[in-house]
Design a protein around this ligand. Structure first.
Ligand SMILES: NC(=O)c1ccc[n+]([C@@H]2O[C@H](COP(=O)([O-])OP(=O)(O)OC[C@H]3O[C@@H](n4cnc5c(N)ncnc54)[C@H](OP(=O)(O)O)[C@@H]3O)[C@@H](O)[C@H]2O)c1
Length: 357
């Protein structure tokens, strides 16, 4: 991509910050996930100074600032104009991620962006090209990747616990949210694929590798609100291992995956959002043998906050995160573009009742 064609790329942009010991972080948006999960982790991280939090409204920024001992700021631009920051954490609605990331990059700030990084591959490409040109870190906040349970699963697979991997299945779903939730607003990048579908896609990449092809998919569409409420996708590796992924925002809660191999099967529950006190359990099935391995709890938000700060301070390894963002966005685009779109209101819902004679 030609860097001169980037929106808002500016030649006299402020210098990129290069902190040496601690990263001074500002927060763009008083989001629920920020309050409950990421800001407590950042406030406890020795390599991070939580400096300021911005909201569109003074009441919210004051509440967040009081909760985390930092300064309240009204307006996102005002936060980016500060000279006492090295980085921002960006938990805005999905459609605002890339535009505000571009502004933060132009302000010389490193960015930790909530998932999904962008609403399309084209948007992600623009931001990654700018970040590469400026030498700035952008990291997509897939905190689950930092939880030790997945490294334990990979080690078991690498050691041959289930033989050759044939199939990966993964489900991520949450119950319906209040009607005014960002997930139901098409203009804000709502919908199940971008909100929860990105988890099974990222997990499939983690466990099956980055050469996955999307063979087909379906999305249940709410025509009135113009968002998808759920869906499924079928992918495969060049070697023919399959991935069956399902996701939704009108579902009983589910957050699980399984790997089925030539000699056994591994399954974990609470794959994406285990609370920090939760001891994860890996279930291994082999012929005539079932084993449950209980691991020590791990705090994935603390780990991603530390990993972000460490990478900024080291000043190296930025490109890998850009490539990761692009691979993820490409697969999400492929699931969307291959999808058979079904009108959620057009067909009566299936229930457990059977009306057959
Ligand atoms: N990594 C994870 O575990 C995880 C978990 C949940 C969510 N997420 C992601 O985090 C992001 C935020 O999710 P959330 O559930 O925390 O959302 P949320 O509570 O609705 O927060 C979104 C924030 O965006 C700001 N905003 C700016 N323009 C807005 C608009 N037009 N409408 C509504 N809000 C607007 C608001 O902050 P101000 O009012 O202060 O300006 C609002 O608090 C999403 O990308 C989501 O996918 C990640």
């Amino acid at each position: 991509m030609n860097i001169n064609s980037l929106p808002e790329a500016s030649h006299d942009a402020p210098a990129v910050r290069r902190p040496r010991q601690r990263v001074r972080v500002g927060v763009l948006g008083c989001a629920d996930v920020a309050y409950r999960r990421m800001l407590p982790a950042m406030a406890a991280e020795p390599a991070i100074d939580l400096v300021a939090v911005a909201s569109r409204t003074p009441e919210k920024s004051a509440r967040f600032a009081a909760g985390f001992g930092c300064e309240p700021v009204v307006g996102y631009e005002a936060l980016l104009e500060r000279t006492d920051l090295d980085a921002v954490y960006l938990p805005l609605p999905a459609a605002l991620h890339q535009p505000w990331t571009i502004r933060a990059l132009n302000a010389g700030l490193h960015v930790l962006v909530e998932k999904p990084f962008a609403v399309s591959l084209a948007e992600a490409e623009q931001a990654v090209a700018l970040a590469d040109a400026r030498g700035v870190l952008m990291m997509e906040s897939f905190m689950f990747l930092h939880h030790a349970q997945h490294a334990a699963v990979r080690k078991m697979v690498d050691e041959g616990a289930i033989g050759e991997v044939r199939v990966f299945t993964c489900d991520a779903g949450i119950p319906p949210r209040p009607a005014d939730d960002i997930r139901y607003q098409s203009a804000l990048g709502g919908g199940a694929l971008l909100d929860v579908g990105v988890y099974p896609i990222r997990a499939a990449r983690l466990l099956l590798g980055d050469e996955l092809e999307v063979l087909g998919s379906c999305l249940r569409i709410d025509r009135e609100r113009e968002v998808d409420l759920g869906g499924s996708a079928l992918l495969c590796t060049p070697g023919g291992a399959g991935a069956r992924l399902s996701f939704g925002i009108e579902h009983a809660y589910r957050s699980t995956y399984a790997l089925w191999g030539s000699e056994g099967r591994i399954e974990i529950h609470r794959a994406f959002t285990p609370p920090e006190q939760h001891p994860p359990v890996i279930r291994l099935e082999r012929q005539n043998h079932v084993e449950e391995l209980t691991l020590a709890p791990d705090h994935q938000f603390a780990r991603i906050a530390a990993a972000f700060a460490r990478t900024v301070i080291e000043g190296a390894g930025f490109a890998r995160h850009g490539e990761d963002i692009l691979r993820q966005a490409a697969l999400v685009d492929a699931v969307r573009s291959r999808a058979r779109r079904v009108d959620a209101a057009a067909v009566p819902a299936l229930t457990s009742r059977t009306d057959r004679p």
